[in-house]
Each structure stands twice: as C-alpha cells, then as structure tokens.
Design a protein around this ligand. Structure first.
Ligand code: ATP
Ligand code: MN
Length: 473
C-alpha cells in the first residue's frame, strides 16, 4: 500500500506491506517512512528485541526499506495510525558517512547542488506534487473550455520569433565547418539545410492552428539563451500559450485572468496539505525579517489572488503613476522614469503591483517600439494591443497581445523590424487568406509554480534547472 492510501483509509488491523525511504529513526523504535505519495510520513514501530541488531543498524536516513506488519491506532501525537513491523528488509543502504541529506535544515542553495537527491526532501516533494497538479489543472482548464492542445515544433527554422536569444541546433562539426565561397558557414550542409534553433515560443505556429481550429493552446519546453542570472529566468522553461480566433485584447485578458484563478483555486483545493507545508516553510524562512519585509502568508496570498479582480491599467496611466511615485522622485529606482516610451523594469512593475495597487495588475497598450512586431497597432499609431500580467513577488507572469491581422500593416511592421520577409511567408499567408481578429498570451509555467509554492527562486520549481554555466544532471 502507498502511504497516502494508508493515511486516508486508516486500515486498522490489516496486514500490509509498504516500501519507502527512511526519513528518521529514533529511539531504536520509531521509523518515519516516506514514499513520496504524500508529504506525510508513516510511523513504523519496530520491536528492537525481536529484530536483528545488524539489520536495524542499516536503518539510516535515506535508506530504502520494505516493511510488513499490521496497522494499529497510534497513541503518539502526529499520526492516527502506525505500522507495527513484523518484517523489515533493507532494499538499499544509504551510508550515513556519505549520504548528504540529514534530518536537519539544509539550505536551498546546497540542495540545488544535489538536485538528484532533493526530490527526497519534504519541501521538494511538496513542490513537485504541486507542480504536477498545476499542469493537470492547466490541461483541465483548457480542455473543459473547448481548447485543443497543439504540439508546436521544438526545433524551429524561423528566426523571427524575436522573443530572445536562441540556442543553435546543428550537427555540423564545429572544428571543421563547411564554408561557402565567401568564407561564411554553409548552413545548406547542416542537417536541416538551413539554420535552426530551439524554439523561444510556439506562438507563431499556434496562430496558424487557431486560424483553423479556433481555440488552441500549447504547453511545451521553451528555450532562451539570455544571460540573465535572475531568480525569475531559466534557459529552459515551460510555457503555456493559448491562441484564440475572434478574441480581442480584452477577451484575452479575461481568459488569462480566469485561467490563472482556476489553476490557483485548483491547487488550493487539491494540494492543501502540500501548500500548508510550503506556507510553514515560508513563515519559517521569513521569521527573522522585519514585518514590512515579509510577504503575505502563502495561503492568504493565493486566496487573495483567486478572489480579487485584477486591475487593468494602460501603460500611459502606469507611466503617470510611476512618474509621480515617491521612489521616482527620490531617485530610489535604478531606472528613473522620465518620459512616455520608457521600458518598464521589474522594480517599476513591482512598485505598481505591491505598493500602488496591492493587487495583480494587467498593463496594456504599450508603446509599439518596445514590443514585438506581430502586436496589433492601435489607431493612435504609436501603441500596440499588448498586455502583461504582473503578480506580487514575481513581476511578469503573462505576456500577450491581440495580433496584427491586417496584411499591409503586418508587412510594413516586418520591414520596419528588419525581419527577412521571405522567411515569414507562411505567417503572412494567414493574413492573406481568411484573416480575422485573434489574440493569445504566454504564461510561464515555472513563474506560476514559483508563485503558488512561495519558492522565491525559479531554480527550485523545475526538476533540473538550466541556467548560464549550469546544465548538471
Ligand atoms: P521577462 O521580461 O520577464 O524576461 P519576457 O517579456 O521576455 O519576460 P515573454 O516573451 O512575454 O517574456 O514570455 C511569456 C512568459 O514566459 C513571461 O510572461 C514569463 O512568464 C515566461 N518567461 C519568459 N522568459 C522566461 C525565462 N527565461 N524563464 C522562465 N520563464 C520565462
Ligand atoms: Mn513579456
């Protein structure tokens, strides 16, 4: 039986067998056993006199064991039932001289170095059970709302996505590159006969499917070779990108807000135990901080976001708010906002969300100059129908837009952005044949998980993080 079922059904009197990893063994009598099915440990009681001493010596933190016995009501605090062992077998030893995880608090930085073992800790067990539930909730949300998932390519031949630096995909020998007559690398000899990269977004291909299937979403790995060593950026992450025919920018905002609330509520409902544990972790972590530096308690924060309407604020309004803000006037921002057109840095985004509005904020209608070529130009000729959703502690969690559906305007934009028009023929075709208003957004899955679990560093919510100079495991 797995421990989750035992805790749920409390099968007192039944004979069962469990397998798992030892968390602690105290007083030569009580083993706290965990098998990953739940954050809860099963208390296994061994009778020292009945058991082989050499065998019990091998019951150390991290060892894998199988125990059979009968379930009994527990007299001790902390659990309703326990397992009275009559047979114990060591499946795999964990030599305490070498095993790096001990029943004490380890720093997250240290655990990142042993990412192959951190799934065995209470915190990471909780994080990755929540991650699983959240990806299920995403699929449930879109499926229940009539969306179709599309698997857009991971290797892409289009260099126009423009969302960031790309990783090259090539089978050419780097020491012996084929050259053209004028000394350039001859990509025609590469595997695909052209330059290819790992995708930075499935949007462009997603749009093609929205123009046939109506409502689609992608949920896949995304790669950006940006050298930003922040707590919010990974070189490999997972992104959810819905794209909907006939949605305008405001429908797009409504969809994103509804989707976020649904998935957060899903976690509150289905991951209560793990979230409580993570909430406690956050409390412990912040205990030493002064009151004004502490974040809202985790569960309160999640309920707050799930139950409150997000603020909608145009870029132009946001600039006014920021210009007149204290940190701007007192030159506390690293980037002082002086005029309309400035790109917002995360310090500004956080000011708006955490200080000014105190709620998630949807910023929209950004200057065309600081946004991608495919966003629909407004009638003012200088802003585009873009929107970013900003969350407390995270900053941008969603970036989206209404897409430019007018052939001539899009073609002009492609020229202005210096994008090779020939490489975009298929994208332009959708505007030539049966074009329509449509919108979509990208939701960073790890940023969402980071928000929901209260794990401040994005490296702690993906199994094996890829960041600059780091691809271990
Ligand atoms: P940022 O400004 O935070 O770097 P972006 O504007 O480059 O993000 P988009 O291209 O709009 O990001 O991507 C859509 C979403 O994907 C973002 O809102 C964010 O949630 C997520 N995202 C983007 N880049 C990363 C990254 N390097 N690591 C993890 N998530 C990311
Ligand atoms: Mn963005």
């Amino acid at each position: 039986m797995d421990i989750k079922s035992i805790v749920l059904s409390e099968p007192v009197g039944e004979k069962i067998e469990v397998k798992g990893w030892v968390r602690t063994f105290r007083s030569n009598r009580f083993i706290a056993l965990n098998d990953g099915s739940t954050s809860k440990n099963l208390q296994v009681v061994v009778d020292f006199d009945q058991m082989d001493e050499a065998l019990l010596k091998r019951v150390t933190t991290g060892a894998c064991i199988a125990v059979s016995g009968s379930v009994a009501e527990s007299l001790g605090a902390g659990q309703k039932v326990e397992l009275i062992a009559d047979k114990l077998e060591i499946l795999g030893d964990a030599n305490p001289e070498e095993y790096p995880l001990q029943p004490k608090k380890h720093s997250l930085e240290f655990l990142r170095e042993i990412a192959h073992l951190r799934p065995r800790t209470q915190t990471f067990g909780a994080v990755f059970r929540v991650r699983h539930a959240m990806q299920f909730a995403i699929h449930k949300y879109f499926n229940d709302n009539g969306f179709f998932q599309v698997h857009t390519p991971i290797v892409t031949g289009s260099d126009a996505e423009g969302a960031g630096e790309m990783f090259r995909v090539s089978t050419l020998d780097p020491i012996n590159l084929p050259k053209t007559d004028d000394g350039e690398v001859n990509w025609k000899e590469d595997f695909f006969g052209k330059e290819t990269n790992l995708t930075v977004s499935g949007q462009l291909e997603g749009e093609l499917f929205a123009m046939g299937l109506g409502k689609i979403y992608t949920f896949g790995p995304t790669f950006r070779a940006e050298n930003s060593n922040t707590t919010r950026h990974l070189a490999e992450f997972w992104m959810i990108e819905p794209e909907v025919a006939f949605n305008d920018l405001f429908d797009n905002m409504t969809l994103a807000e509804d989707c976020l609330k649904f998935t957060i509520n899903y976690a509150l409902e289905h991951c209560a135990e793990d979230l409580e544990l993570l909430a406690k972790r956050q409390d412990d972590e912040e205990k030493s901080l002064p009151q004004d530096k502490r974040t809202m308690p985790l569960l309160e924060k999640l309920q707050f976001v799930a139950n409150n309407e997000f603020v909608r604020c145009s870029y132009t309004e946001a600039i006014e708010i920021l210009k007149n803000s204290k940190p701007n006037k007192k030159k506390k921002f690293n980037y002082i906002i002086e005029e309309w057109g400035a790109d917002l840095q995360s310090e500004h985004e956080r000011y708006l969300v955490e200080k000014h509005f105190g709620k998630p904020v949807i910023l929209y209608d950004y200057p065309a100059k600081i946004k991608a070529f495919y966003m629909r130009l407004n009638d003012d000729g200088k802003t585009v129908r873009a929107m970013d959703i900003l969350f407390p502690g995270i900053g941008e969690i969603v970036g989206g837009s209404q897409r430019e559906e007018r052939y001539d305007v899009l073609k002009k934009k492609i020229e202005e952005f210096d994008i090779e028009e020939e490489s975009m023929w298929w994208y332009l075709d959708t505007r030539k044949f049966g074009t329509c208003v449509h919108s979509g957004f990208g939701l960073g899955f790890e940023r969402l998980i980071s928000f929901v679990t209260g794990m401040n560093n994005i490296r702690d919510v993906i199994p094996f993080p890829r960041t600059p100079k780091n691809a271990e495991f």
